[in-house]
Design a protein around this ligand. Structure first.
Ligand SMILES: Nc1nc2c(c(=O)[nH]1)N[C@H]1C(S)=C(S)[C@@H](COP(=O)(O)O)O[C@H]1N2
Ligand SMILES: [Mo]
Length: 509
């Protein structure tokens, strides 16, 4: 097959586009100045809510991969179009330098338009210029396919030349792809792994709390099950964006706006000067499956929000507030719920990692995860209620969590003597967990599981454990009773719109 000039330039342009994206990644890593980010953000913003919700329900976490792939393909296409324009101009002027210059300068301008002038822009420009400059061939060297406007050349009937041109083109494309792969690996070397997190300011008391939770916990045989406190690196993550905003403590501030007696802006230094507490607070995402993994607990260092809130004298008629984060996220709920909240700058004694809202997030006891705004920047007191990000997309996830007892894979452990340990966590928000029952006969009879010790914290999960000896296959069911004496609802529902319900059932043995 002969590659026509258009196809050849198209292929080379795509390779230049891919190299530009890879070069930007090499220079910036996976952070806001990577050129894919603004496009990914645009895709997130433009995707209609029902499609987002459908994709979460259908693909789960794979939904992320879908929009990232779309964003990467779009950006490769944009840089490719720039390189393609370079080929056209080079052909018109018959100058190789034009191909390199247009691809290089054009890519730099495009990258700068997407993310601002940064190392990422240069990272995109250099490989694009290289691929375009090396790859471009004058029409006289090109085999002319039916699609080309180039004048007939001797190459048409010279298979050796055609082969040489094709080999050269494929060689350059292969070189560009090798660069893409190398950039991925090279970035990891450059970054040298994640920096260890620093201790959070005023976190001295956190260690004692962590110890207290550890002591309250049950000794599981299972090594893989989280203890009372989830390790930072294993704490679940839910983000509307693929790129965490980068906000330093110096840059950060929180502003109270809208229907207030007086607006107020709080800086990080002012915040950490306030009365400090180390609270165990469990988070659960409304979007998770009944036995899903978006449930975790940490000890958070921070300060209660109530005195700050009272100091701005909220006056709105709805008694409600819209909270906003630096990533464009927003959620609205009642002021009296917010007043119970906690402004956290520490997690398990460390500063908040970027993925969990560095430098400050809010934690709202007992309500679904979506109320716990990360990278918190603004609290607007409203006059009338308004939908938050997820509410606009069909969820009802600002209310109190449902009661759940989990039985994850790693909570089922054979003890080697014929017995099986069943273990997990149960959570009911500020209602607390009073009891967890286990059935090993599909729900006909129930036994109380052992529970971790109660803690003073208002919003923390409990561990449960039950050992039994299965005689063949058994259907295990678990259910919790909350601190008000209410049994976990057996009525089964999916997570949309207000959280999954039912009892977790597993076949064991
Ligand atoms: N700024 C911001 N805050 C956010 C989100 C977000 O995407 N952006 N996701 C929310 C959702 S849906 C959940 S469940 C929790 C998850 O917190 P985590 O990622 O620290 O576990 O954060 C909430 N706060
Ligand atoms: Mo969530």
């Amino acid at each position: 097959m002969i590659i026509g000039t258009n196809e050849r330039d198209g292929l080379l342009a795509a390779a230049a586009g891919a190299a530009a994206v890879a070069g930007s990644y090499l220079a910036t890593g996976w952070n806001p100045s990577f050129v894919v980010r603004p496009v990914d953000q645009a895709i997130i913003n433009l995707t209609p809510g029902p499609i987002v919700t459908f994709s979460i329900a259908t693909f789960g976490d794979a939904g992320h991969l879908i929009h990232i792939a779309m964003a990467v393909a779009t950006v490769v296409g944009l840089f490719g179009a720039v390189a393609f324009a370079g080929f056209r101009l080079a052909t018109r002027t018959d100058r190789r330098a034009v191909a390199a210059a247009v691809a290089g300068v054009g890519s730099w301008l495009l990258a700068a338009a997407l993310t601002g002038i940064s190392a990422g822009a240069l990272g995109a420009a250099i490989p694009a210029a290289a691929v375009a400059g090396i790859g471009w061939l004058p029409p006289s060297a090109a085999p002319s396919g039916g699609d080309t406007t180039a004048s007939d050349t001797t190459a048409r009937d010279a298979p050796a030349v055609v082969d040489a041109v094709r080999r050269r083109t494929l060689g350059i494309v292969a070189g560009a792809l090798a660069f893409v792969v190398a950039a991925g690996g090279g970035r990891r070397l450059l970054a040298g792994g994640d920096d260890p997190l620093a201790d959070a300011p005023r976190s001295e008391g956190a260690a004692a709390r962590l110890q207290e939770l550890d002591t309250a916990g049950l000794a599981f045989e299972s090594d893989d099950l989280h203890d009372m406190v989830s390790p930072i690196g294993e704490f679940y993550n839910v983000d509307i964006a693929e790129f965490d905003p980068e906000v330093t403590a110096d840059e950060w501030s929180l502003t109270f706006t809208g229907e207030t007696g007086s607006d107020r802006t709080v800086t990080f230094d002012e915040l950490i000067d306030r009365p400090v507490e180390h609270r165990a607070i469990t988070l659960r995402c409304v979007g998770e499956d009944l036995n899903g993994r978006k449930l975790d607990n940490a000890v958070w260092t921070g300060t209660p929000i109530r005195p700050l809130l009272e100091s701005v004298d909220p006056q709105g008629e709805c008694d409600c507030a819209m909270l906003r984060g630096e990533d464009g996220y927003y959620v609205q709920f009642p002021v009296d719920v917010l007043a119970e909240g906690f402004l956290a700058w520490g997690m398990n004694g460390k500063e908040l990692p970027s993925g969990h809202g560095h430098p400050v997030r809010v934690l709202i006891p007992g309500h679904w995860g979506e109320t716990n705004v990360k990278w918190l920047s603004e609290i607007e007191l409203l006059n009338t209620e308004d939908d938050g990000y997820w509410e606009e997309r069909g969820w009802e996830g600002t209310g109190e969590v449902k009661t759940v007892a989990k039985l994850w894979d790693e909570g089922i452990t054979e003890l080697g003597d014929g017995r099986v340990e069943l273990a997990g966590h149960a959570y009911a928000g500020t209602r607390g967990i009073e009891r967890v029952e286990v059935s090993t006969d599909g729900g006909d009879s129930w036994t109380d599981a052992a529970l971790s010790d109660p803690l003073p914290d208002a919003d923390v999960w409990r561990q449960w454990r039950h050992v039994f000896e299965p005689d063949g296959e058994r259907e295990v069911v678990v259910r919790a009773t909350d601190g008000t004496g209410t049994l976990q609802s057996s009525e089964e529902s999916g997570s949309v719109p207000s959280g999954a319900s039912g009892w977790v059932r597993r076949t064991v043995g």
